[in-house]
Design a binder for this molecule. Structure first.
Ligand code: 9MR
Length: 382
């Protein structure tokens, strides 16, 4: 086991207090099963994203399921700039605080998502404080530093890893032309990593993006990661979101990217795994958040349940993905699905609104699906 992974495991084990451990065990026993997180302990963490709805309603059923099945949780929305810091001087701590308490209470590894992103920002983020016009470089740097210091500082020692920068690369074109890039240049990335590290030196810091199987994008990311490491910018991991479909990307494409990032000297986190089973249209195979495709019944063929053959295909897809992840268990720290049960997935509304999708491991009644059993069987069968 390489050094970084050993250190990482020791850290997460230390975080697992005895009280939390026995609570988790009692819960697993009461429910009569061992969760995926336990099955994969020793390989990598198994995570899920926690929705605002779950935190707002304190949905017991969902929270118990998450505590039993997973060893890591990500803030799906509640720590994004626009939600936690909707305008200068205003912070909304209620939901992130609840998530932090839940994760600490169950000894779970907590992912902060995300410090710097072009989407879901505060409305006034890129406006000059005096009103009118675009913010200056110095003012934006000041805002960014204050945001990172406040957020990372509040959860120091509680958030184990941060997605410091999200989606800053534009497929084959290099840096994404976001306001961050236009105002600050690519330097904004390293500033973010340095500030987060200064505030919480123990937190693991990640760069996170989608379509990381795209060789052009992956090469670009691996190159700046190498450059960061050479120049002492504190980056510890690359997050491959992995919003995939049944047939694409191929396992070979994903494998090539995992190797590329591992060779660049960082750990890999699979950060937002889900498998879209619905028919696509041009544009639907991307996770670019601005993509929209109009609704039509032919794009929503299974509103009342997924046919058995599709369930089997979904299970086979999850199985081949987890086989790949297990092959790289020394380089992969965590595999997180983007949500727990099919009723809460963003894929019901993206890129086509109002569909019935089936991308996760638990169905709409929170029951484990064939895909879950396939993932569990990889461990149960030794
Ligand atoms: O799952 C999130 C959804 O609830 C939000 O409406 C959406 C808005 O931007 O963001 C979703 O999560 C995204 C994540 O933060 C970054 N990678 C892509 C995810 C899916 O859009």
């Amino acid at each position: 086991m390489p050094m970084s992974r050993r250190r990482f495991c020791t850290q997460s084990m230390a975080a697992l207090s005895l009280a939390a451990l026995s609570k988790k065990r009692a819960l697993a026993e009461a429910l009569g099963s061992t969760g995926l997180g336990d099955l994969y302990r020793g390989d990598f963490l198994i995570g899920t994203a926690v929705s605002n709805r779950t935190l707002e309603t304190q949905d017991r059923g969902m929270l118990d399921l998450i505590a039993r099945e997973f060893s890591a949780v990500t803030a799906e929305n509640c720590m994004k700039w626009g939600q936690v810091h909707p305008e200068a001087g205003r912070w909304e701590w209620e939901l992130p605080d609840r998530l932090v308490r839940f994760a600490s209470g169950h000894g779970m590894y907590l992912l902060g998502h995300t410090l710097v992103w072009h989407s879901q920002t505060a409305r006034d983020l890129f406006q000059a404080p005096s009103g009118g016009g675009r913010i200056s470089r110095d003012d934006l740097l000041r805002k960014m530093e204050e945001h990172i210091r406040t957020l990372v500082g509040r959860y120091k020692g509680k958030v184990a890893a941060w997605d410091v920068v999200n989606e800053a690369v534009d497929e084959d074109k290099g840096w994404r032309r976001s306001p961050w890039l236009e105002i600050l240049g690519p330097e904004f990335l390293e500033r973010g990593f340095h500030w987060a590290h200064e505030v919480d030196p123990a937190a693991r810091l990640l760069y996170n993006d989608y379509n990381m199987h795209n060789p052009g994008k992956a090469r670009f990311v691996a190159e700046f990661v190498r450059d960061f490491k050479k120049r002492g910018v504190p980056i510890h991991g690359v997050g491959m979101q992995a919003h995939v479909m049944l047939d694409s990307p191929t396992i070979a494409e994903l494998e090539a990217s995992i190797r590329l990032f591992a060779d660049a000297g960082v750990q890999v986190h699979i950060t937002e795994l889900d498998v879209d089973v619905l028919p696509g249209r041009e544009g639907s195979a991307t996770s670019e958040i601005s993509t929209r495709v109009g609704y039509s019944a032919e794009l929503n063929p299974w509103p009342d349940g997924l046919p058995a053959e599709m369930e089997r295909r979904l299970a086979r897809r999850y199985e081949e993905l987890f086989r790949l992840f297990l092959k790289y268990r020394d380089r992969i720290d965590r595999v997180t699905t983007w949500g727990t049960s099919d009723d809460e997935t963003w894929k019901n509304n993206f890129p086509v609104p109002g569909r019935t999708n089936y991308p996760l491991l638990f169905d709409r009644k929170k029951q484990p699906k064939g895909a879950y059993r396939a993932v569990a069987a990889l461990k149960n069968s030794g």
